[in-house]
Design a binder for this molecule. Structure first.
Ligand SMILES: [Zn+2]
Ligand SMILES: [Zn+2]
Length: 327
């Protein structure tokens, strides 16, 4: 069973020493941030995970070994390893810089082993150099919540009034960029979540309310980070003509039916899948300029399950980051 198999702290078992192939890096892990997707995997909501599996796809570490044919990385470099871990480089998507849609893509901490561990092996093509401005703990949540949030945000184009449904880690990071770029943020939380609304306002949102409320003005675009399908028609109704709803999560409950008139007038519903290397590079360049600040709660690797349970219960005070070793 998925739960039993991957609920165990596999990282602490005696694993065979990783082998570094051509194009790969052996990385000693310093930190790994915890993502909602990790919970979806543990709960069996994403099909066909590698089993047994080491979770974790927001990895920060130092290179210990460099495989043949690797350019641009040396032993001792600090690297970030994100969700998109491998693509074939050959399919129609890869050849048009849309490797995020690769038919044969493999994902860190899902279909290849991830970062709830002390060592990992990664394909160098998908590793990032990380900005010096950030420490190992603070930079980890940028690698998924930040990068995927950034891809969602870019899909809203020139939108000035931007709704964000689900004000968690991704919203917290992207909200800072949006405000830096002079956008107006309208934050939607669970109905009655006053602390969530307060924290959105503190970040600079011009309005914060429950997801059952209509914003005071129509929105040019909305991003949905909460995995709740019912928010799609709700967000559509809050849009101006020609507005776009971007679904930023990998998993969402079913979207209920809604009248065509809510979509009419060239409103658009789209989704974001994974990330391209370009998204990652752009985001890591922009983040220190804003500067995007992360809010984190750290756990030792041994307490990975505690971190997941606190995430599930909504009891974290920031992004959960596993502190594995210090660099
Ligand atoms: Zn993630
Ligand atoms: Zn491909």
């Amino acid at each position: 069973m998925v739960l039993e198999e991957i609920g165990q702290p596999l990282a602490l078992r005696d694993l065979p020493k990783p082998k570094v192939d051509k194009g790969q890096l052996l990385v000693r892990i310093n930190t790994c941030a915890v993502c909602r997707t990790d919970l979806h995997i543990v709960d069996g909501e994403l099909p066909n995970p590698k089993l047994p599996l080491i979770l974790g796809h927001q990895i920060v570490g130092r290179i210990e070994q460099v495989g043949e044919n690797v350019d641009g990385f040396s032993i001792g470099d600090r690297v970030g390893i994100p969700w998109l871990g491998w693509t074939d480089g050959e399919c129609v998507y890869c050849r048009s810089s849309r490797e995020n849609l690769c038919d044969r893509a493999k994902f860190t901490g899902y279909t290849i082993d991830g970062g709830y561990a002390e060592l990992t092996v990664a394909d160098a093509r998908y590793c990032f150099h990380l900005p010096e401005d950030y420490g190992d703990v603070d930079v980890a949540p940028l690698l998924c919540a930040g990068m995927l949030g950034y891809r969602s945000y870019r899909k809203t184009g020139e939108a000035r009034r931007l709704g964000i449904y689900g004000f968690g880690n991704a919203a917290h990071l992207i909200g800072q960029i949006a405000i830096y770029e002079k956008k107006e943020i309208f934050a939607f939380t669970r109905p009655g979540d006053k602390p969530g609304q307060e924290s959105a306002k503190k970040l600079g949102a011009v309005w914060a309310g429950g997801s059952d409320e209509m914003p005071p003005e129509k929105l040019d675009a909305a991003i949905i980070f909460a995995p709740v399908g019912a928010l799609v028609p709700a967000a559509l109704r809050a849009l101006v003509k020609g507005g776009v709803v971007v679904c930023g999560g990998i998993h969402m409950s079913d979207i209920p039916s809604f009248p065509y008139v809510d979509l009419w007038n060239e409103r658009v519903i789209t989704s974001v899948a994974n990330l391209t290397r370009r998204d990652g590079e752009e985001f890591l360049k922009l983040a220190p300029r804003v500067p995007v600040k992360t809010k984190v709660e750290t756990f030792p690797l041994e307490e990975a399950n505690t971190a997941l349970e606190k995430f599930r219960a909504g009891k974290l005070s920031g992004a959960a980051v596993l502190a594995v070793s210090s660099s």
